[in-house]
Design a protein around this ligand. Sequence first.
Ligand code: URA
Length: 230
Amino acid sequence: MRLDRFLANLPQFSHQQARLLLASGRISVNGQSVRDGTHDVRVFDRVELDDETLQTGKSARFFMLHKPTGCVSATADPRHQTVIDLLGEPHKAELHIAGRLDFNTTGLLILTNDGLWSRRLTQPASRQGKTYLVETEDPIDPDCAVCFAQGLYFRFEGLTTLPAELELLDTCKARLTLHEGRYHQVKRMFGHFNNKVISLHRESMGPLTLDAGLAPGQYRALTPAEIAQI
Ligand code: URA
C-alpha cells in the first residue's frame, strides 16, 4: 500500500495530517526518513513517526524443505499429510508454497510468507530455471531434447511451453530445466512421447539448490544471502 494511504488509514490521522507528516520528514520506513507518499509499504516494513512505532513490521520467513513422496503440496488436505504438516514452526498458516510439486514428486520446495519474493522466484518472466531429475519407464527419445528446446504445444491451456533444456544422463534418466511451472508439466512433456515419468525430483530453483544433507521431510530456514539472491 502507498505510504500516504497507509497513514491516512490509521485512526489517528486525517488525509491532510498524513500529507503534512510526510512533508515534515518525521515518518521513517525501516529507519529511513521517507517523504514520498507513493512509497510502497509492505507488512514486513517497520513504520515510525519520530520514535513512535506505527507498524512493527512482520518478519518475512523463508524455508527450504526436502519434500518426500506421498505428501501433498498444499496447506491443508482432508486425507493426506501436507508439506505444512512437516514444519515445526509457529504461524504455519501464513506460509505458502512457491512452486508446488506433485504428490509423488520429491525434492526442493520453498515455503514463505512473502508473496512478492515468491513471485520473483516462480514467474516465468524472471527466468529462474527449475531443474528436475527425471526417470522414465522407456528409453528417452533423443528427439525430446530438440522438441523441448523448441517448446511443446499444450492444447488444454492453448500455449507453447518456454524453451526447456534436456540433458541425457542415461537411457531412461535425464536432467530437465524448465523456466515456468505448468500443471504436471514434466509428465506431460514426456507424455507427448508416450513415455511415463516414474520418478521426479526437483534439484534446484534459480540459485537455490536442495542441500545434500537434508533428508526427505527435513527443512531449514534460508540464509539472508540466499533470500537476497532472488
Ligand atoms: N512437473 C510435473 O509433472 N510434476 C511436478 O511435480 C513438477 C513438475
